[in-house]
Design a protein around this ligand. Sequence first.
Ligand code: RIB
Length: 306
Amino acid sequence: MTPPSNPAAPRIAVFGSVNMDLVAYVSTAPGSGETVWGTRFAQVPGGKGANQAVAAARAGGDVVFLGAVGDDAFGTLLRGNLVESGIEVSGLRTVPGASGVAHIVVESSGDNSIIVIPGANGEVTGLRDGDERLLAGSAALLLQLELPMEGVIAAARAGRAAGVPTILTPAPARELPDELVGLVDLLVPNQHEAAAMTGEQDPYRALDALLGLVPEVIITLGEDGAVHGSRGERPVRGQARRVAVVDTTAAGDTFCGAFAVARAEGRGREEALRFAAAAAAISVQRPGAGTSMPDRAEIDRLLAKG
Ligand code: RIB
């Protein structure tokens, strides 16, 4: 699906992972030593970075992606998927060896568990010549934690040097080095990541604690929506839409990519939360990661319904 070219589209840079998702759909995930029948298998493009890039591009962003695939068959498919989504891939390197792979189990409730084998993503330990030029002038730089930490920090440094606001999704959860925290403008953890970082189960208390570290925070709460806080402003609650959930994989990535586009278009935080929640609500009604993100027309249609 190639988004229509729009000269007014905000430039969004994504420095992150790209994986082939190998997905088993089951009634209930097996426990250790247990074998169960699955209902379906799917191979779909994923990776937190690529998912955010595709979500932002379909939501109306002019997206540049920086990362790595392997020189295997998955690498060719993953690169092709980004290109088809209208994403600029001159910062996507091909390295010898396997591409990143994620083994995903999706239960009939829509909940999932994921094992990531980083492959080529593990080679992205820094920026290459020309990457700074690709980031420059972007309205936002999206980062996640599926690349080596030194690569994530190098990108955040380059973003700060270029005056590009950095949005970090701290997933998969890892200890955040102080330097990285100091380079983040907006942190978007889910409720579990926020609780792990702060020791606070209550999202508003976690928000307060995180605002002591970074200037702006969104905690995503799944079916309970999201809460947004900025230093010196009252927190704002965004509601999630009630929908029939098929697969929650990449819902958070979709939310983040769409939110970045909405803010870059100049929408206020309430409106941007509504836009992002609408994108995520559509994505959870579809199976898979890179296959589930809505395009701009679908998001606008849902928003028009109120
Ligand atoms: O956030 C969902 C993503 O996590 C999946 O697409 C999988 O590749 C893992 O990276």
